[in-house]
Write a protein that binds this ligand. Structure first.
Ligand SMILES: Cc1cc2nc3c(=O)[nH]c(=O)nc-3n(C[C@H](O)[C@H](O)[C@H](O)COP(=O)(O)O)c2cc1C
Length: 410
């Protein structure tokens, strides 16, 4: 059924999703989402070069299979800053989940908690930090901060997230203004559902604001002193979100950052910024295990998660895929997306002899450049043609159930 907020359609589904991979959800979600909302989520900035290369660049690295590993039943459990998690997959902060589902961040938090994944909530969330915390009281969560020019607003936020038990802050420094996102201009996108912190503070509502207007209320001038001040005033650990080079990792750590968040905002800010996986090794070397590293942008496969962990990340965030899962299946849809990626990660762990996430962090990755990198595979839906039907390739109907499906485990 569809629910309407001021005429804007919102899904109210809550069902597990049947999928072969999470990438296919990007097409399926169009059935339940208006065009402007879809393009707000799916698009990147300018020519979307970074958006495309975030995912493609994982092919610059290869997972080396291991033999005679003498192990089975790998586990994706991991510990992060004292939190016990069932998976290293994290829900990256995304504004306005109400564009995907009527229960917005409440449903996302429930789905993340069911899958045992760390949730993080955007400053631009529709639901209040208290409602989100109440949706899964036992689950750990972080808060993403768009620092406001107005420190009274910032203090109101710190107070609220501390009382609601949030474990720390991701300070976003890569989106001081919005990247040039053409899709939003074409569809005249404005936030259709109010954003809680703005309603609370301004008395008005965040709905009807364009993305550029929202960014205008946040600070454009952010430096190392702000990191120190946020730590002091909030009393919470602060990660710097948007680090893309070793120099900035040093700057952040010098300012007392408790963690580094490697991201290019899913290709939504500087177009032609490098893919995150390509800068991860340089940043991991600079950080040298002094503080934890979170990584996101372009992650669509268990193998991507495996590579990011093996190349220096402690947690791996996903953005768009879980929002599509939220629209298509509510809390259970979010859970399905995390489970699908986690299952794919487990397959890669078994085939490389990695029993634990700690083992993945020491797995062997190679870096050979192949010329066929960007060629579509035989199963790519854009080039798949109807399978030829001949007298010799048909399965007999009277055969047993398994044989009729043609399925194979190998
Ligand atoms: C629709 C959308 C809204 C986003 N909103 C925020 C936000 O409010 N704060 C923030 O720090 N990052 C935001 N991001 C960036 C994500 O946290 C994350 O870095 C990015 O989505 C990862 O890339 P992926 O979508 O390719 O997985 C947003 C991303 C998308 C797609």
């Amino acid at each position: 059924m569809t629910y309407y907020y001021n005429g804007f359609p919102q899904s109210d589904r809550n069902e597990k999703l049947d999928m072969v991979n999470v990438e296919e959800l990007e097409e399926r979600v169009k059935d339940v989402m208006p065009e402007g909302a879809y393009y707000y989520i799916a698009s990147g900035s300018e020519n979307e070069w970074t958006w495309r290369n975030n995912t493609a660049a994982f092919n610059h690295y290869q997972i080396v299979p291991r033999a005679l590993t003498d192990m089975d039943n790998p586990s994706t459990e991991t510990e992060f800053m004292g939190m016990k998690l069932k998976t290293p997959i994290m829900i990256s902060p995304i504004a306005c989940h109400g564009i995907a589902h009527k229960d917005a961040e409440i449903a996302t938090q429930q789905g993340a908690a069911a899958a045992g994944a760390l949730f993080s909530s955007s400053t631009y969330a529709n639901k209040s930090v208290e409602e989100i915390a109440a949706a899964a009281p036992e689950a750990p969560r972080f808060f993403q901060l768009y620092l406001s020019k107005d420190w009274e607003f910032n203090r109101m936020v710190f107070d609220a997230i501390k009382k609601a038990g949030y474990k720390g802050i991701f300070l976003t420094v890569d989106a001081l203004i919005s990247g040039y996102r053409e899709a939003n201009l074409r569809t005249n996108f404005t936030y259709p559902v109010p954003l809680d912190f703005f309603t609370r503070y301004l008395g008005g509502k965040g709905e009807g604001q364009s993305v550029a207007q929202m960014y205008a209320s946040s600070a454009q001038k952010i430096g190392p002193a702000d990191v120190r001040r946020i730590k002091e005033e909030s009393g919470l650990p602060v990660f710097v979100k948007g680090v893309m080079c070793a120099e900035d990792a040093y700057l952040a750590m010098g300012a007392g950052a408790d963690g580094i968040y490697v991201t290019n905002h899913g290709g939504r800010e500087v177009d032609t910024a490098p893919a995150t996986i390509d800068v991860l090794p340089e940043i991991a070397a600079a950080v040298d295990h002094r503080v934890p590293i979170i990584f996101d942008s372009g992650v669509r496969r268990g193998s991507h998660i495996f590579k990011a962990l093996a190349m220096g990340a402690d947690l791996v965030g996903i953005g768009r895929p879980y929002l599509y899962g939220l629209a298509l299946g509510g809390a259970k849809g979010v859970e399905s997306v995390i489970d699908e990626l986690n299952e794919e990660l487990i397959i890669n762990m078994q085939l490389t002899g990695c029993k634990t996430i700690e083992d993945v962090k020491h797995a062997k990755i190679s870096n050979i450049r192949y010329t066929a990198d960007n060629l579509p595979s035989n199963t790519d839906p854009t080039r798949r043609e109807a399978y030829p039907k001949t007298a010799e390739n048909q399965i007999k109907v009277e055969a047993d159930a398994d044989a009729t499906s043609g399925a194979s485990k190998h």
